[in-house]
Design a protein around this ligand. Sequence first.
Ligand SMILES: [Zn+2]
Length: 375
Amino acid sequence: MSETTILKNGWVFDIDTETFVKKDVYIVGGNLVSMVEADVANPVEIDVEGSYVAPGFIDMHVHVFETKTTLGINADRVGIEQGVTTIVDAGSSGLEDFQDFKQMIIQPSQTEVLSFLNISKQGLCKGLSELADMNDLMSVQELTEILAKEKNIVGLKARMSASVVKDNGIKPLEHARKLADESNLPIMVHIGNAPPEITEVLPLLKKGDIVTHAFHGKKGGILNNKGKLIQEAHEAIERGVLFDVGHGTSSFSYQTMKAFKENYHYPFSTSTDIYIGNYDKPVGSLMTTMSKLLAIGYCLEELVASVTSRPKQALGLAEQGSLEPGTRADVTVFKVVEQRQTLIDSQGEGMIVDRMIVPQLTIRDGKVVFESNEY
Ligand SMILES: [Zn+2]
């Protein structure tokens, strides 16, 4: 029998009740197991008293194609080293570069790297106006062929803002709709500066699709000037479209998030849109982004769900995002420390936060792959 590891005395997150319960977590080989299945006679014990134990965090929006895009950052730097066991690269790679993405990034990384494949065959490898020419979009047949071979593609990415689509307006998203319907994959849509208008974008989305940069502070967002959801956004959420933070350089506003929180209780997911240019500021990490939301008033349970069970459901992941016995042992151990500092959003607005969520221990496939001695 392989070695048993016990994480002892932590506050363990339960995704069904969205609560923390004081208990031990058992790992045998690469899997989580129940106490009865564990060889408790001779275990390796790790005392995590004072820490929280959660399913490995999932960041649904990162850019880690460091070898072929100018914006890419190292996967493990924003993955396991920041307490994130699964990252989803959001459209850095399209069809043309996916084999390189697989060999250069997915395979050598300790962090699990999944992909929202860009609907443009070029992805972000040849500039950032990848949807300016409709001839660059992949066909249904091309998508079907790559999906038959590649297990790490979990969705499609369509960046719908003026600088990306140029004169094409809503057309690329109509094509994405076709691709998604044929493949049964979710679309992650990036919203930004119009055109296309958000009122054209949202009606094309179905249950399971994801809107990233949902809480940006630009004109033409999900909220009207009274802080209420515009009709199309309201209907999208009601149909089961998931709104995602996707912080990024210019896509997260405290004002928008606060107004949303004040008026609504809809679940959302938290992601970073982290890349080389925003790693220092304003994004920092997934846990730093969560710390901002904590300071806005969201509770820790809600925030942990927003990086575990919600991405799990959105991406249809079987192994990740829970601590269910029998599933892969990807675990994030973190602390909430008293630490007063000013954190800025993408509008440059500063907010004083008193508590920071910080990584302690990252376990991937049952192995400790990162340990922090800072706190
Ligand atoms: Zn992005």
